[in-house]
Write a new protein. Structure first.
Length: 124
């Protein structure tokens, strides 16, 4: 009988350890329990949460300094959620806009043209 009770307690503890931690409800200790979040980052998160709950992952990434998409993905894998949702790069809104992509293409074309001019000068 004692072994069964011990097994049940162990299973409940394991389930609690892997339970999702919502960033809008978590205490400092719960945030510290997420691998990669230490006292400094949990303080940043809690301080920023005082300004209002995080709406989604993109809001979390924008408001908490030092957290980007890769870090958010790691935190999500470790059990952190924002409003009960896990991180997905597609839904974060952090990708490049069409205008940003076009600007980048333009810069690349200019750089290529600049390299060609330099190579032409060297050949002379």
């Amino acid at each position: 009988m004692f072994k069964k009770i011990l097994l049940i307690i162990t299973l409940l503890y394991a389930a609690a350890a892997f339970a999702a931690v919502d960033v809008n409800k978590a205490t400092a200790a719960e945030l510290d329990g997420i691998k990669g979040i230490g006292p400094g980052l949990s303080t940043k998160i809690l301080d920023e949460r005082k300004n209002g709950n995080f709406k989604d992952w993109s809001d979390f990434i924008a408001r908490v300094g030092g957290v980007g998409e890769k870090t958010a993905a790691k935190f999500s894998t470790e059990g952190l959620t924002v409003n009960g949702k896990k991180f997905s790069a597609a839904g974060s809104g952090q990708g490049r806009s069409k205008g940003q992509c076009e600007d980048r293409k333009g810069r690349q074309e200019k750089q290529g043209h600049h390299r060609q001019r330099q190579e032409g000068r060297k050949a002379r």
